[in-house]
Design a protein around this ligand. Structure first.
Ligand SMILES: C[S@@+](CC[C@H](N)C(=O)[O-])C[C@H]1O[C@@H](n2cnc3c(N)ncnc32)[C@H](O)[C@@H]1O
Length: 255
């Protein structure tokens, strides 16, 4: 079974058998497609699973909230980079001359370093040291180079990858970038400790209008994210919104 299917399967407890069959058949369909690789991607709506299109659209809705807000975008947990590069593409399309909007992705690029007691409820087979390892760093650097070739102001870097355990790299990044303002904090580490570090170091740098987005809030299987949020944010001060067509993603715009 392809890696992508494994990752979705391992993260969700709501997947039906029919959906697994769909993934096997879609793999076969893509493998047998008469189109070139580029043509397949140019016609992505033929092949891209509805769930991934939904995630892309959800991110678009969130991005629009911060379009007029100063600051960089922080992706907490990069994996294979689809979320990170969605922000980058929205920025290139909707605000082509905003060279101040950086998109910064934090990941070990070797999966979870370790889990803490706050994460122990997860039943996912990926909930272990080394779980969700994608080894995508070098490939992503190449994709970022190509992205820069196909956008305005492409000589000013926009996307940055920060490799290593985020409990260490986040404080170091903030120290090295005292100018950093954050317009969008996307929490998708899945686990407690790095989420806590992200909230502690980035939220004080977020102005009114900025958005904190949650990939696992109120999710029993990955409860470390919720615990970190409950320990750091006064929930009653935030309106936690959902898009009507989303499943787990939610977000709060700072008011
Ligand atoms: C659910 S995935 C991220 C998915 C990604 N946001 C996307 O849209 O495809 C979680 C990622 O968090 C990373 N991660 C978890 N704990 C981390 C830590 N302490 N430091 C750095 N990365 C970590 C894992 O390596 C994994 O790639």
């Amino acid at each position: 079974m392809p890696q992508k299917s494994q990752s979705r399967q391992s993260r969700s407890t709501t997947r039906a058998g029919k959906e697994q069959q769909y993934e096997v058949r879609m793999e076969q369909c893509i493998a047998g497609s008469p189109f070139s690789n580029l043509e397949r991607l140019q016609n992505f709506s033929l092949y891209t699973p509805r769930q991934d299109l939904t995630n892309f659209l959800l991110r678009y809705e969130i991005f629009k909230r911060v379009l007029g807000v100063q600051g960089s975008i922080i992706e907490c947990g990069v994996l294979r980079g689809s979320g990170l590069m969605a922000w980058a593409q929205f920025s290139a399309i909707l605000e082509p001359t905003n060279h101040q909007r950086r998109v910064v992705g934090f990941d070990t690029f070797s999966g979870f370093p370790k889990l803490s007691k706050q994460d122990r409820s997860s039943e996912s087979d990926q909930a272990r040291p080394g779980g969700l390892a994608a080894n995508s760093y070098d490939h992503l650097q190449e994709c970022i180079e190509l992205y820069d070739m196909n956008r305005f102001v492409g000589h000013v870097p926009k996307v940055e990858l920060v490799r290593g355990d985020a409990t260490r790299t986040i404080p170091a990044y903030v120290k090295d970038n005292p100018q950093l303002i954050v317009s969008l904090l996307y929490l998708d580490f899945d686990i407690y400790r790095p989420t806590l570090a992200a909230l502690k170091h980035f939220v004080p740098r977020m102005p009114k209008g900025a958005v904190i987005a949650f990939d696992e809030l109120n999710l029993k299987d990955w409860r470390g994210e919720s615990i970190a949020v409950l320990e750091t944010l006064k929930l009653r001060e935030y309106r936690i919104e959902r898009c009507s067509f989303g499943s787990v993603m939610s977000f709060a715009q700072i008011e």
